[in-house]
Design a protein around this ligand. Structure first.
Ligand code: PAF
Length: 291
């Protein structure tokens, strides 16, 4: 695997690949790679000739009080994992390579829909930071396909919208959530969970699955399910950020006739904010009778 720190040299190498007819798959990451990321690399490999990964802890998408400086940086381990998974190129830029004029005056890419709810409500500016850096990375790598993890369901929806709105010539693919044995979604932030809390940290997933079961069994009392779900999370000792039954397409609160449903949640442990989601498809809208 070749590692590039500069845009120009990466572009030259990828130009040669493109000229010899190779398609390019891209997996952008912030490092501290786990099985979830490596599955995205494998998925990119299955759909393209060469795979580029990037590692860049993008300060623009972190709030002032968030964990940018504590975000785990594990470059050597990450490199070995990428090599073992068959990644061809790694882009590992310094901040000044991506933001040579600083971040304040940086041209921004703003997706107005879907960015002020759910994660966007508790992390103002987060998605603007994501869409700005992802469009820069797309312009640098010019991939045919790009693969993102489904754990960040809202992120993929926002990126898909950006790609459609700006006519970007890239196919966005989603990689399934990879979970620990007890259901906890793999995340770089799981290393922040304390030992004492770890046995209970799968509560978010348990609650999402419980809500899914209730809906599959015919319940459409979404507000009440959200309320009961929040109580389960609080009883397990965590703080709820949000828990919402949404339309999978628009991410707005699910309506009675929505058949594609995604339940999204975020909760705080003592030192980590964890997100997760589960989706379901209802075959036929549930018929209700009014008496
Ligand atoms: O999902 C992430 O790790 C980041 O948001 C991304 C897409 C690499 C942009 O910095």
């Amino acid at each position: 695997m070749q590692v590039f720190r500069h845009i120009e040299s990466l572009r030259e190498a990828l130009k040669v690949e493109r000229q010899s007819g190779q398609s390019i798959g891209f997996v952008p990451t912030m490092g501290n790679l786990h099985q979830g990321h490596l599955a995205l690399v494998s998925q990119a490999k299955a759909h393209s000739d060469v795979v580029v990964a990037s590692i860049f802890v993008n300060r623009l998408q972190f709030g002032l009080n968030e964990d940018w400086d504590q975000y785990p940086r594990t470059f050597n381990d990450d490199c070995q994992k990428l090599i073992d998974t068959g990644c061809d190129y790694l882009f590992f830029p310094e901040e000044k390579e991506i933001y040579p004029n600083g971040m304040d005056g940086q041209t921004r890419v703003i997706v107005p829909s879907m960015t002020d709810m759910l994660c966007g409500a508790s992390r103002p500016g987060h998605f603007e930071g994501v869409t700005t850096v992802v469009s820069k990375l797309f312009n640098i790598v010019q991939p045919d396909i790009a693969v993102f993890g489904l754990k960040d369901y809202q992120q993929i929806a926002v990126i898909r919208r950006m790609v459609a709105d700006l006519c970007m010539p890239v196919t966005v693919m989603a990689g399934d959530i990879v979970r620990e044995n007890d259901g906890l979604a793999m995340s770089s932030r799981n290393s922040f969970i304390s030992k004492g809390e770890r046995p209970f940290a799968n509560q978010l997933h348990k609650t999402l699955c419980w809500i899914k079961q209730q809906i599959e069994a015919g319940s459409q009392a979404y507000l009440s399910l959200e309320q009961q779900g929040q109580e389960q999370i609080v009883e397990a000792g965590f703080r709820v950020d949000y828990l919402q039954v949404c339309s999978s397409d628009t991410l707005t609160p699910a309506a009675r006739d929505d058949t594609n449903i995604t339940i999204l949640g975020a909760m705080y442990t003592q030192s980590a904010r964890l997100i997760d989601n589960v989706s379901l498809v209802l075959e036929v809208p549930i018929q209700t009778t009014t008496v």
